[in-house]
Design a binder for this molecule. Structure first.
Ligand code: SF4
Ligand code: SF4
Length: 265
């Protein structure tokens, strides 16, 4: 079976193989770890670009403007897994995205899909950092190039412009505005000010917007993100939008309302 044809069929043009051995000592200890095939040998990593061609007024981070990538990517990857199982019935194929025991950015970099940015995201040559990562782990051995991890040009601009001061020698999640917008409960004054300054009620794109490695990239969102309604602005909790297919649904409307009220006080 030709993997290139299979991925072409699903409009995925950025994919690669990370040998499982490369990340076996960096697995994330989460519940999903039990789903990994025994004797995993290869990780097929693929990217779903999501940068939309243009944006009007919005108060959501770009990744939240499109349909929940967990739904889209997992559906596609499940179909691909089924095709692989038909061709390799002796082998196991398990797909993940985000909620994954695989350190996805590292695996994508080992799969030759980009470099690791100082902000911790993958930066792909074609689509920059505006990509979601999904992967299929298998006990099938698939030959792969041996790649050394590559890093960004380290210009420091993401650190300089980060409104949360979250980027230093290490990424401090608790300071990141994106993390704060998702935090439950009462926020302190510093956190509240960070949300006001960001102007967004969910997420933060500043480190990606400022990154010079995100200039001159291809804007070609994964087709299913275009085929589904975009959702740029979340106006009010009383507004009766169905958010069940949105990436912020897991946190619920109350958090969005809290952030909306903070910004519009
Ligand atoms: S998402 Fe925003 S707050 Fe978080 S690291 Fe990037 S620029 Fe800083
Ligand atoms: S802004 Fe500069 S330091 Fe930050 S990720 Fe981009 S290239 Fe790296």
């Amino acid at each position: 079976m030709n993997l290139k044809d299979l991925f072409n069929k699903y409009d995925i043009d950025q994919w690669g193989i990370c040998p499982f051995n490369n990340i076996k000592n960096n697995l994330i200890k989460c519940r999903a770890i039990t789903k990994l095939p025994e004797n995993s040998k290869s990780i097929i990593v693929c990217l779903f670009p999501y940068l939309l061609p243009e944006y009007t007024e919005r108060n959501l981070s770009r990744y939240a403007c499109v349909k929940d990538y967990h739904i889209i990517a997992l559906n596609i990857l499940s179909d691909i897994c089924n095709a692989l199982i038909n061709n390799f019935p002796e082998n196991k194929f398990v797909c993940f995205t985000d909620n994954s025991p695989i350190p996805e950015v590292k695996a994508a970099a080992y799969a030759n899909l980009g470099v690791i940015g100082r902000h911790g995201l993958l930066i792909n040559k074609q689509y920059g950092s505006w990509v979601f990562i999904g992967e299929i782990v298998t006990d099938l051995y698939i030959p792969a190039e041996q790649i050394n991890l590559q890093y960004c040009i380290n210009c420091g601009q993401c650190q300089e412009y980060c409104p949360g001061n979250a980027i230093g020698n290490h990424f401090d999640k608790s300071c990141c505005v994106s993390f704060i917008t998702q935090k439950k409960g009462e926020l302190n004054n510093i956190e509240t000010k960070k949300i006001i300054n960001s102007g967004l009620i969910w997420g933060c794109d500043k480190c990606q917007e400022i990154c010079p490695m995100n200039k001159n990239i291809k804007i070609k969102p994964y087709p299913l993100f275009l085929n589904n309604p975009q959702f740029l602005y979340y106006p009010d909790i009383n507004y009766n939008d169905d958010i069940s297919d949105r990436a912020f649904n897991w946190r619920g409307k109350n958090i969005l309302k809290r952030n909306f009220d903070i910004i519009n006080k």
